[in-house]
Design a protein around this ligand. Sequence first.
Ligand code: HEC
Length: 186
Amino acid sequence: MKYLVSITLMAMLAGPAIAEQSTEHVEQSRAAVQQFFGQLKGELQAGMKAGGPVNAIEVCSDKAPAIARDVSKDKGLQIGRTSLKPRNPGNAPDQWEEAVLREFEQRKADGEHPKKMEKHAIVEQNGQQVFRYMKAIPTGELCLKCHGTQLDPAVSARLEKLYPEDRATGYSQGDLRGAFTISKNL
Ligand code: HEC
């Protein structure tokens, strides 16, 4: 909990200026997510069409981080993806992200649709104010080929080779696969 300062507390201390600033950051974050997701989905669909899911694995392992870097640079923030059960251990959540992912799971259990779930806050990290934002990623039908319960053996073999610590299988449609996550130094 050492870096965690809730948005409520910040708002109480800093007044409306922070709230206004946050709205701008939230809008920018939504745009960044849209850009990232749009590009990735396009690449993924094209990769699947061209060579099936085994081929498209490379799209996720190579293109996803590359698109994330481009969008981060373009928007002046850090964007990535995270999950409670990551495929790539490099996508494992930090403390704030883990708490939000658990909150998303709870909100889903309480009946909220994951499609529009998001959360933002201003936190202090190493003496630096950081705007943070997350948006839930539901599991769609397309995702099941690589994150579902019954994978094609060729897909499983390739995933095992690339991701020996893979935890990102066993999902059903509508499950929370993870979230987009954004940090921006203020
Ligand atoms: C062709 C296989 C494939 C398909 C289809 C696929 N993924 Fe993935 N997914 C991967 C791979 C490989 C990674 C690891 C990427 C990396 O190394 O950063 C990954 C990583 C992720 C991550 C980042 C967290 C983690 O587990 O490392 C999320 C979130 C995610 N996928 C969501 C989805 C969603 C949502 C869909 C459907 C729209 C989807 N994936 C479809 C292969 C796939």
